[in-house]
Design a protein around this ligand. Structure first.
Ligand SMILES: [Ca+2]
Ligand SMILES: [Ca+2]
Ligand SMILES: [Ca+2]
Length: 173
């Protein structure tokens, strides 16, 4: 798929109430939802890290600072530069919330719980896990996970592409 389609998919996933705008509370609900789903309380240092990483992403993404991110604003912002500057930390912080034994890798249960908290169906999360677990050892590493999402946002390709689609109900090209 082209990058504009990939960005549309991600935008749709982030605009949880479907009003065409990613509001600040809507975006900051993501780390809160992940923390709750993964059994972390608000005082957990990893939860605070995730919250501030998401605040940085939102400030970067909301170019005009009005607390609303439209698709046009999102599309102009998203890409390799934004990913490397702020998104990598935010996505990594969510991965860390799921990594209970702190070994830098997730098993299928942790992975599915994380992806479900972020809006993926369990079936699609399981598919993504299998696609990312290329050596079949039953674990997905942090670097492979982040590289896959970066690939999706920068060139529309990703082992997880199919799994990233389900909110929009589309099939991979
Ligand atoms: Ca919205
Ligand atoms: Ca804005
Ligand atoms: Ca682990």
């Amino acid at each position: 798929m082209d990058t504009s389609t990939a960005k549309r998919h991600i935008f749709t996933m982030l605009d949880t109430d479907g009003d065409g705008v990613i509001s600040r509370p809507e975006y900051l609900a993501r780390p809160a939802r992940a923390a709750a789903a993964l059994g972390r309380d608000a005082g957990d240092p990893l939860v605070r890290t995730a919250r501030s990483a998401h605040e940085r992403v939102y400030a970067s993404m909301d170019a005009d600072g009005d607390g609303r991110v439209t698709f046009e604003e999102y599309e102009a912002w998203a890409g390799a530069g934004a990913f490397d500057e702020v998104c990598r930390q935010a996505l990594g912080s969510l991965f860390d919330l799921a990594d209970a034994d702190e070994d830098g890798a997730l098993g299928p249960t942790e992975f599915t719980r994380l992806r479900a908290a972020l809006g993926n169906s369990a079936a699609n999360a399981a598919k993504a896990f299998d696609a990312l677990d290329t050596d079949g050892d039953g674990r997905v590493g942090r670097a492979a996970y982040l590289a896959s999402i970066r690939g999706f946002v920068t060139d529309g390709t990703s082992a997880m592409a199919e799994a990233l689609h389900d909110r929009a109900g589309l099939r991979p090209a």
